[in-house]
Ligand binder design. Structure first.
Ligand SMILES: Nc1ncnc2c1ncn2[C@@H]1O[C@H](COP(=O)(O)OP(=O)(O)O)[C@@H](O)[C@H]1O
Ligand SMILES: [Mg+2]
Length: 288
């Protein structure tokens, strides 16, 4: 049985200086969040109590049913919302507002329609004060990384849904955040495009060594992408279970031939369907 604190099962790229060390990138402590309607004053408790630690360079998926507070948790980490109670820190610094250490990719791609691909991807570096030649070079690097070389002069409406999501990923990465927060970014594209975007994201994660927190309601997606999958309970949400995915990624697509991975997927499905007190921090590996 693998503990939830197990180190990476796949080494991240070393040529870019990532050591795969277990330094804490994100710490979420005692988070509780209540929304209050401005019109009616009605309260909705989105998050009951969540504690979570994400190590530097980790790929963590947050999995749970619709309405369980996944987006809320991501917005709290991004600093777009302040928690009702609890504390979040990123690389040791307390989160009180959005910052360039955190980049977010939304479900609905957030590209500026009046700017071409190059200008959209160069936006973060531009806001950071980088000069034109330099920021265009940075933009080119990330456009190439997501496989959109040759489309630099196209506007968002000239790109397919999958290409726009690649562009949104490139734009977030070009701003060079410490952690990348992704809110169901591939939910709106067709199944085939979605699989290739998932594969590209894994390749990009390996190449950049970034810490990724990826929100999804899809068990398959979480089990393909994550080193660890944090399953949230129904609201007021808490951590239902944390599953460490030990299957090598190359074998994760073929769960019918890989029984270990099939077991992990089944475990995640079970945790999703459970509506009983959480059994947090249970690990599942090829023997479990
Ligand atoms: N701005 C808001 N005002 C009131 N309730 C909200 C607001 N945003 C989300 N909620 C409620 O909080 C809960 C969690 O929402 P959300 O974080 O969007 O869930 P998820 O992303 O898992 O689908 C839901 O019950 C939702 O209706
Ligand atoms: Mg959501």
């Amino acid at each position: 049985m693998t503990r939830s604190t197990a180190p990476h099962t796949e080494p991240v790229s070393t040529e870019l200086g990532s050591t795969g060390s277990s330094d804490v990138a994100i710490s979420v402590r005692g988070i509780h969040h209540v929304y209050t309607s401005e019109q009616t004053g009605e309260h909705v408790t989105a998050i009951g109590s969540i504690d979570l630690e994400v190590s530097e360079g980790d790929f963590v998926c947050i999995l749970g049913p619709s309405g369980c507070g996944k987006s809320t948790l991501l917005y709290l980490i991004a600093g777009l919302l302040r928690p009702t109670a609890g504390e979040i820190s990123v690389k040791g610094g307390r989160v009180t507002a959005p910052g360039r250490d955190r980049g977010i990719v939304f479900q609905e791609y957030a590209l500026l329609p009046w700017k071409n691909l190059r200008a959209n991807v160069a936006l973060g570096p531009k806001i950071q004060g980088m000069r034109r030649a330099e920021r265009n070079a940075v933009a080119q690097e990330f456009i190439d990384l997501v496989g959109l070389g040759g489309f630099e002069d196209k506007f968002p409406h000239e790109l397919s849904g999958g290409m726009r999501q690649r562009a949104a990923v490139a734009r977030t990465l070009a701003a060079d955040p410490e952690v990348v927060l992704m809110d169901e970014p591939f939910a709106a594209v067709d199944a085939h495009t979605r699989m290739s975007l998932q594969e590209e994201l894994v390749r990009i994660w390996r190449a950049t060594g970034k810490t990724i927190v990826f929100v999804t309601h899809s068990v398959e997606e979480a089990a393909y992408l994550g080193d660890r999958v944090v399953v949230l309970s129904r609201p007021p949400s808490q951590v239902q279970e944390i599953v460490t995915v030990t299957t090598p990624r190359a074998e994760r697509r073929s769960s019918e031939v890989n029984h270990a991975h099939a077991g992990i997927v089944a475990g995640l499905l079970g945790a999703m369907e459970m509506d009983v007190p959480p059994r947090a921090h249970r690990g599942i590996d090829e023997h479990g």
